[in-house]
Design a binder for this molecule. Sequence first.
Ligand code: PGA
Length: 263
Amino acid sequence: MDDAERIPIIVANWKMYKTLAETEQFIDNAVPLVAQAHARIYIAVPFTAIAAAAEQAADTPFVIGAQNMNDASEGAFTGEVAGKMLVDAGAKFVILGHSERRRIFGEDNAFINRKIKRAFEEGLQPLLCIGETLAEREARETEDVLATQLSECLKGFDTEELASLMIAYEPVWAIGTGRMATPEIAQETHYFCREYLAQQWGPETAGKIPLLYGGSVRPETAPSLVAQADIDGLLVGGASLDAASFASIVNSVSQPIGLDEKN
Ligand code: PGA
């Protein structure tokens, strides 16, 4: 990766939090706090806040996106939202396959694969989430689970499409639990994913896909994660809801610490 590509990517996942007024307040508060940041900053807001947030964030470092979409271009799917509607509202990226979508709403890899395809068609950058449960880790199935998720979710895409994708490794046992993977475990798992991607699609494509870590990231732990060779950024849930806490994560990984050691 060249230097430009090594700028850390920090993605906020607001989940089902924040009204329009709260979104506006957050952006107002956070913009001056990250003025010096050397990072790419993405915020996945609720559907209802996309248009307003995208307008407000137009001249700021924040890139606004969504947390989900349907795989169809449009149709009789009550309650669903199409990719082109997200683009229309100003979204630039979309989180797909988050473990909460998989677990609570029953999304499987084939469905997520179709959503990624649609996101590419609509010009949205997909952020694919993968990760194992605690039972799977304890049964030493982590690598099998991740390999299956990667191969099924990324089936049928060419290397050009894949190079514009982002992937977040989020161990399910670390999401919202305060139990973060250690930087060593996260690095080991990211290394596995990078190698797997390289085997399937070649090292050049594998090197272009940012691999983010997610799961109980806090301002104190962010730098040690981003300092790892195969961790290109972070996906942050709970700690992204407060402007000061999120800005402190962004700023903590914008320091030269760790980045200089990467190549
Ligand atoms: P968390 O959530 O940071 O609150 O653990 C991460 C996520 O679900 O993306």
